[in-house]
Ligand binder design. Structure first.
Ligand code: FAD
Length: 552
């Protein structure tokens, strides 16, 4: 059985029903995925359930940076900046194709939040805390140098800038590659399986009763320990466990909008001030530039978080003020995403002031929950949880597990020794796909998404009969994801496996019929089911690019 083949799901369900696990994880975002990999690689018997698709929660809706959180210095979150800052280089090493170095420009603006001295000092502290290598350390640029690097900045207000290094990623791809790597160590991870209730043995949580959203069947999964890594839903599970006391979550919404790169042609990522003292990013990526994020309290439906017109107006105002030559309007926003930060509530603090630290809650029933944190820190969060669980198992039945060694486990697709090898591989892939009429954009896209697995995608492509090369490539990617990345519908494919909804929305219409047809064939969909999936895709495309006005 290939645990992550969409076709082997019935066997996987059978296995989940029959096994008794050391650890069951609820939530297939980056936190749950990281815990699964850490635990399985130390020798624990692990299962993970995700109620929707992997990474469909916050872990596909972030700013997609592996970063140390420069702005947290302002809040004196020194330990957080040190930990995530140092993690950047590790995560880059584990998946150099997916976690790519990205220069970040921090303009110093007349009347802005930081002057030259503070910016320079802040970036220096950041370099030290994050252990940044010499070549990547901050550079302070004078006004004319800054305008040369980024001519879109307002000449009359720019005083200079700081140039420093971060990493860019695709959060959903990072999550799925961690899940795949965990599967290689024996973890049984399943999507579209929701934990409904906890199984109880003598007052202690002993597994879950869950529902399979593909078949509608319910099953029990038994485990010695259950960890909830349910992100924004952590408190819901604590309520089911009747343990929601003391600290609670505080959800804030963060929105990003996508415009074509032509309409906001920044040359590198820019991290800049907004009128209300916050800071946002403009990040170029292939054919598009994305801008974000907002940070507002959220009390709506956690399963359906939408970008509204106020979010878009706020981001456009910030962009148009920092890049006065561009004059963007709502019509320029071709796509968007909105996500929820599962932060820990602190009385009297506003959304932006809340700490981004992670916290672990242990209930009397034995349920362990983890919330907060950053994508960047997923490995360290996982280490803390697995240390805790391993200690408990050792006490229960004197079994010993290895220490955390995920800093040495290369993620699926990431078998490169350095970033230079990734560039060379992109060049080779470009040579191979030229014959199909593809250029560097596709080579970059394929390698960033799949790493060395691009060879398998191209192998599949060579076996597909299809005149149109765009459709042929999409079909090859779909075969790859059906066989290796447990997809069940076009949204899994277009949003979380290929990122097309965000980074290349205009490519979807052409390839959509072929993708829908293959899904229908693969899962024997009747007409009604096929039509339902098409409608879901169309709704997602519409909602990403049309924004509601909020009535107050
Ligand atoms: P999630 O990804 O939400 O995963 C939880 C999962 O649990 C969900 O998929 C959900 O479906 C599942 N679940 C819930 N209930 C159940 C149940 N009953 N049964 C089964 N499954 C269930 N961090 C960075 O490092 N860099 C950034 O650039 C960055 N930018 C951000 C920008 C924004 C706007 C936001 C909102 C966050 C950002 N973050 C960033 C933070 C980062 O994205 C989050 O810390 C991280 O993705 C949280 O992952 P998670 O796995 O804890 O939660």
């Amino acid at each position: 059985m290939n645990k992550l083949s969409s076709f082997d799901r019935p066997e996987l369900i059978e296995q989940l029903r029959n096994n008794h696990y050391d650890l069951l994880i609820i939530g297939g975002g980056v936190t749950g995925a990281g815990i699964a990999l850490d635990a399985a690689s130390r020798g624990l018997k692990v299962a993970l359930v995700e109620k929707n698709d992997f990474a469909s929660g916050t872990s596909s809706r972030s700013t997609k940076l592996i970063h140390g959180g420069l702005r947290y210095l302002k809040q004196f979150e020194i330990a957080l900046v040190r930990e995530v800052g140092r993690e950047r280089a590790t995560v880059h090493r584990l998946a150099p194709h997916l976690v790519r170095s990205e220069k970040m420009l921090l303009p110093i603006i007349t009347g802005g939040t930081y002057g030259k001295l503070l910016t320079s000092l802040g970036l220096m502290v950041y370099d030290v805390l994050a252990g940044v290598e010499k070549a990547d350390q901050r550079k302070m640029l004078a006004k004319d140098e800054t305008l040369e690097v980024e001519p879109l900045l307002p000449e009359s207000r720019v005083e200079g800038s700081g140039l420093y290094a971060e990493y860019r990623t695709d959060d959903a791809r990072l999550t799925i590659e961690i899940i795949k790597t965990a599967a290689a160590y024996g973890a049984d991870s399943i999507n579209y399986f929701e934990a409904l209730e906890f199984l109880d043995e003598g007052g202690q949580v002993a597994g879950i009763k869950g529902i399979d959203h593909i078949t509608g069947e319910t099953s029990n999964i038994k485990a010695a320990y259950v960890v909830s890594a349910a992100g924004p839903w952590v408190d819901e599970l604590r309520e089911i466990d009747k343990s929601k006391q003391g600290k609670r979550l505080h959800l804030t919404k963060g929105v990003h909008i996508v415009v074509s790169h032509e309409s906001l042609p920044v040359r590198q990522a820019v991290y800049f001030d907004t009128h209300d003292g916050r800071m946002i990013f403009a990040i170029p990526r292939g054919k598009i530039t994305y801008v974000g994020t907002t940070d507002t309290d959220y009390h709506g439906d956690k399963n359906h978080v939408l970008t509204n017109q106020d979010d878009v107006d706020y981001l456009l105002e910030a962009v148009n003020s920092m890049f006065p030559k561009v004059k963007l309007t709502s019509e320029d926003a071709i796509s968007s995403w909105a996500g929820l930060r599962p932060l820990i509530h602190e009385d009297g603090k506003s959304a932006s002031e809340l700490s981004r630290k992670d916290e672990i809650f242990e209930s009397r029933s034995g349920l362990i929950s983890i919330a907060g944190g950053k994508l960047t820190g997923y490995r360290k969060m996982a280490e803390r949880i697995v240390d805790l669980v391993a200690k408990k198992i050792k006490k229960d039945d004197d079994r010993h597990f290895e220490k955390c060694h995920t800093d040495k486990i290369v993620l699926a697709g990431g078998e490169f020794s350095n970033a230079g090898e990734v560039d060379e591989y992109i060049r080779q892939i470009h040579e191979k796909i030229k014959a199909y009429g593809f250029d560097e954009f596709e080579a970059n896209y394929l390698v960033s998404n799949y790493g060395v697995q691009t060879d398998e995608v191209l192998e599949r492509m060579s076996n597909i009969q299809e005149e149109d090369h765009d459709i042929r490539l999409a079909k090859a990617e779909l075969e790859f994801t059906l066989n290796n990345e447990i997809v069940f519908g076009p949204l899994d494919f277009f949003v979380r496996r290929t990122g097309r909804l965000y980074f290349n929305i205009n490519s979807i219409d052409k390839v959509k019929p072929a993708v829908l047809q293959r899904f229908a064939e693969a899962f024997n969909w009747d007409k009604t089911t096929a039509a339902q999936h098409e409608k879901w895709l169309e709704t997602a495309m519409f909602e990403a690019s049309h924004f509601e006005t909020v009535k107050v």
